[in-house]
Design a protein around this ligand. Structure first.
Ligand code: ADP
Ligand code: MG
Length: 596
């Protein structure tokens, strides 16, 4: 017990020590010392890097032009304070808004496209911006730059270098906490879903475009804030400060520190800003050293320095692990739901020359369990994908709970109360199993962005409730033992059950399962059978694509057989499995495959 407390306390102690050292640091250095100057600058870089890490590390959108957003903040603050005598506080709010606004305008078109477009657009933006700073002399004063930026003031009191350091440090702590709160919330889970499994994001009703936009807005605002502090710290803002090198510095800091780890940007900025700064003879070799370090880290520590530290820590904690306390066995009571009917008529879907769906009629009455069977390539997955809005039908109608959904986006259809699992499980492999289940509640959670970022009591209470509920669902599907393990490390069969728990977590009223029994052991198959019975008892409509005909016969009341995109037969399992044509098309195929 003592050992396990030590393993949970140690990170807290390290963090507290880190903050304490940073707080007392100014007491030991002179007001005009080089050390204080460098430490303040480090804090500014950390703020920008923390924002970039949220965007690139968590949401998977690499900005190659982060320096431009820092530059917007720096120039806006410098110009407003020098030319218009604004207060620092007002100027820095405007700086953040400007960085966010200009960033959104430039990046908006790329959010529908792949990650590469975003990287290129931000790079192009930074290169153009760099030129504009020089060319727009009337505004930016060209190469001379904006000089004499005054120090921030509060009630007439002017900030000296030490107070400025504390302001920067406090801002970095705030940025860190905001990002931590977001990362550990439904927004963070949705960011990771957009990065690792976009189909899962759609399945839980999160729009990838909005998620990318949200991450970008936060990153740009933090870059703007960093720029603002940059201006008052340096007191001079020139085009030389914001070259492409500077953008690359941020990317390297975040990547080398550890993409998608909370401490990555902090550790990265420390190592890659401080080391070259103090070994000034190395300055000209900086890029080369970065490059070599990047290679070494990619080979030996794919999650950067923070990842390597975390790994070492986990290994140590593992040796100290004491058995978890037994869970109290309170029976799980699940809320009944009203099932939604799925009605499909005249559905057509072609892929090039292939008619994946050809005039398909399919009805799953509310609260029923209907199965779709058929040989491989007969269009079963396509039927689920078109019903869920992942593909647009060429013709025909899909009605869910009486609502025409053909043409609606996948995340809007999901929001009607549709849950699904995928033929190949789409899990967030790096996140804990329970986090994957909690992702399912994305659109049920009510806490808004601000209360989440500030971790207000309401948001905290909701997270606690969701966690407890997610654990309930994991017990329901029988994977609770793995709740805290990374989803990617769970055996394949159980990954399918986690997807079912995720769908249940969303309160699904129509649940579509794509070959849930594939690769399950006999015991797991048994459990799946019982699980489906329990889900049906709750009231949800189940549509299941499945090859295990025993399972289908035991659970489904209706069976539809697809063959090359056409309906071959439909009816009760007993009737359908006797049908001559079905035996030929389907059993023949199975018999062939099993070598009989
Ligand atoms: P099943 O799930 O019954 O095995 P699918 O629905 O996956 O079958 O596929 C039906 C047909 O449509 C196959 O011929 C497949 O190659 C084709 N198909 C499915 N999805 C796509 C896609 N995204 N692009 C092109 N062809 C596809
Ligand atoms: Mg399929």
């Amino acid at each position: 017990m003592a050992a396990s407390r030590a393993t949970t306390l140690a990170p807290l102690i390290t963090q507290t020590a880190f903050v304490a050292v940073a707080c007392v640091f100014p007491l030991f250095v002179g007001s005009n010392s080089y050390a204080l100057y460098v430490a303040t600058q480090l804090g500014v870089y950390i703020i920008a890097a923390i924002g970039l890490n949220l965007l690139a590390g968590y949401a998977g959108q690499v900005s190659l032009g982060h320096a431009a957003f820092v530059a917007i903040g720096a120039y806006a603050t410098a110009l407003l304070m020098v030319d218009h005598a604004w207060s620092f506080w007002a100027a820095s709010l405007v700086s953040m808004a400007l960085a966010t606004g200009l960033g959104m305008l430039s990046a908006l078109p790329s959010f529908r496209l792949s990650t590469w477009y975003f990287a290129f657009i931000t790079l192009a933006f930074a290169l153009v911006f760099e030129k504009m700073i020089v060319e727009w002399r009337w505004l930016t004063k060209g190469f001379a730059g904006v000089i004499g930026v005054p120090a921030p003031r509060i009630f007439g009191y002017e900030f000296g270098p030490k107070i400025l350091y504390l302001l920067v440090f406090a801002s970095a702590v705030v940025a860190f906490l905001i990002v931590r709160n977001i990362v550990q919330s439904r927004f963070g889970r949705a960011f990771v879903a957009v990065r690792d499994a976009p189909a899962a994001a759609l399945a839980v009703g999160a729009s990838p475009q909005s998620m990318k936009m949200l991450a970008f807005v936060i990153a740009a605002a933090m870059a703007g804030a960093a720029g603002s502090l940059f201006a008052v710290q340096k007191t001079v803002v020139t085009p030389d400060d914001f070259t492409a090198d500077f953008s690359i510095f941020f990317v390297l800091t975040v990547v080398l520190g550890g993409l998608g780890t909370l401490w990555g940007p902090v550790i990265g900025a420390f190592v890659f800003f401080l080391i070259p700064e103090f070994l000034s003879s190395l300055q000209s070799w900086r890029m080369l050293i970065y490059g070599c370090l990047l290679l070494v880290l990619m080979l030996f520590a794919p999650h950067g320095l923070a990842g390597a530290l975390r790994q070492a820590w986990r290994r140590y904690a593992q040796t100290q692990k004491t058995p978890a306390a037994a869970r109290t066995d309170t029976p799980v009571e699940h809320v009944a739901v009203a099932g939604l009917a799925l009605e499909i008529t005249g559905l057509q879907k072609r892929f090039g020359g292939v008619a994946a769906l050809d005039d398909v009629e399919f009805i799953a009455p509310a609260g029923s369990c209907s199965a779709i069977v058929g040989p491989n390539g007969s269009g079963k997955t396509t039927l689920l994908n078109v019903s869920g809005g992942y593909y647009l039908a060429d013709a025909g109608s899909v009605r869910i709970g009486g609502v025409e959904t053909n043409g609606m986006s996948a995340q809007r259809i999901a929001a009607l109360g549709i849950g699904r699992t995928f033929q190949t499980p789409r899990l967030l492999n790096e996140l804990a199993v329970i986090e994957n289940v909690m992702l399912g509640a994305y659109r049920r959670e009510r806490a808004g962005f601000a209360s989440t970022a500030l971790r207000l009591p309401g948001a905290r209470a909701e997270t606690r409730r969701m966690r407890a509920e997610a654990l309930d669902h994991l017990e329901f599907v029988g994977v609770a033992d793995h709740a805290e393990d990374p989803a990617g490390e769970v055996p394949h069969g159980q990954q399918r059950l986690i997807e079912i728990a995720r769908a249940l977590m969303g309160g699904a009223r129509l649940i579509m399962l794509d070959e849930p029994a594939a690769g399950l052991s006999m015991t797991e198959l048994d459990r799946l059978d019982q699980l489906l019975v329990r889900i049906r008892k709750l009231g949800a409509t189940i549509v299941i694509v499945e090859h295990h005909l025993d399972l289908v016969a035991s659970i489904a009341s209706f069976v539809t057989v697809l063959d090359r995109g056409k309906i071959l037969a439909s009816g009760s399992p007993a009737d359908v499995f006797k049908d001559e044509r079905v035996l030929q098309a389907y059993m023949g195929d199975r018999a062939l495959r099993s070598g009989a």
